[in-house]
Design a protein around this ligand. Structure first.
Ligand code: 13P
Ligand code: SF4
Length: 321
């Protein structure tokens, strides 16, 4: 007997109210929508949970939903799948990658690791499952310093793939790390010169930055932290103007949480929109709806890679409590 798969939709009828349709699909599928702060405002507004990479991993580790709809980039959805082999994980656009993850090809990293057999590997979560599988501990921007501080000081450490976060961790912990030379195209677009000019324009504003920025930019910052840490900081600070040096998607939540404050997005060096993550922005509300309706694109992984990548993520979760 032949069965025919239900036809997949690639477009949305103009009459469909996406917000209502997504709410209905969440119930039908017993789905949870997880979104990163860099997603477009409409996506953040339909999410059940919005967070930074650590918060999203913790939420993915504890969910009881049958379907995880991950509004973020590939490595984030992949991490949710590593943690949830028996749940379906959907990513609205499978091409939503990450320049930082791409800057660490597994075969080259394997050679680098083999050349330093006495080192353990701490990898930033912004990497592929293959790199995670070669790592001892995964970290995020919110726990990297805390996790490295828990490793005995005489233990040599490779830190991959972000050289900027790695340098920041070196400064904060006062220890040498062997850095893989990867970086994020978005955070490297910010320039010290443009930020200094903005400070002249807004003398009352405080500079806050993500640790993926380069050292001269971080030197201008009064506060450095993950997206969640930046959001918490602007809520608690007595200041009411901030120059925000990270992807500007975070400003949607800042404006929602503290509408009376002013948030100035740091501009890119060139006359472009390159301070917006082109990968994050591939996801749209329409694609999210279609992913739920069609139950694809779905994240899948070879079981041996998934199992090997799970261990360093579990270590991170245990070391972060
Ligand atoms: P967070 O750890 O703040 O979520 O950062 C993720 C990221 O991709 C930054 O570019
Ligand atoms: Fe990757 Fe940079 Fe985009 Fe974050 S902002 S997802 S590190 S490319």
């Amino acid at each position: 007997m032949f069965t025919t798969a239900s036809p997949k939709s690639h477009s949305v009828q103009p009459s469909v109210d996406l917000f209502e349709a997504i709410a209905a699909l969440k119930k039908d599928l017993n789905a949870i929508v997880l979104a990163h702060y860099y997603q477009e405002p409409d996506i953040q507004d339909v999410a059940d949970y919005i967070g930074d990479s650590l918060g999203l991993s913790q939420k993915a580790a504890s969910t009881e939903a049958d379907v995880i709809v991950f509004a973020g980039v590939h490595f984030m959805a992949e991490t949710a799948k590593i943690l949830n082999p028996n749940r379906q994980v959907l990513l609205p656009d499978l091409n939503a990658g990450c320049s930082l993850a791409d800057s660490c090809p597994p075969s080259e990293f394997a050679q680098f690791k083999a050349a330093h057999p006495d080192h353990i590997v701490v990898s930033y979560i912004n990497c592929t499952a293959e790199i995670k599988a070669m790592s001892d501990i995964i970290c995020t921007s919110s726990n990297a310093v805390r996790l490295v501080n828990q490793i005995p000081r005489d233990q040599p450490v490779i830190f991959a793939p972000d050289r900027n976060l790695g340098r920041y961790v070196m400064e904060q912990t006062g220890r040498e790390l062997l850095l893989w030379q990867g970086s994020c195209i978005v955070h490297e677009t910010f320039s010290e010169k443009k930020i200094v000019q903005l400070q002249i324009e807004y003398p009352k504003a405080e500079v806050i930055a993500h640790p993926e920025c380069e050292q001269p930019v971080l030197r201008q910052a009064k506060f450095i932290g993950s997206t969640t840490a930046l959001l918490n900081y602007v809520q608690q600070s007595p200041k009411d103007q901030f120059i925000v040096v990270t992807e500007p998607g975070i400003i949607h939540q800042m404006q929602r949480q503290v509408p009376n404050k002013l948030f100035i997005p740091a501009p890119p060096q060139a006359d472009c929109a390159c301070n917006e993550c082109p990968h994050m922005r591939l996801n749209t509300l329409e694609k999210l709806y279609l992913a739920m309706k069609n139950r694809q694109p779905e994240i899948t992984l070879p079981e041996d890679i998934r199992a090997a990548a799970l261990l360093p993520i579990q270590r991170m979760l245990a070391m972060s409590v």
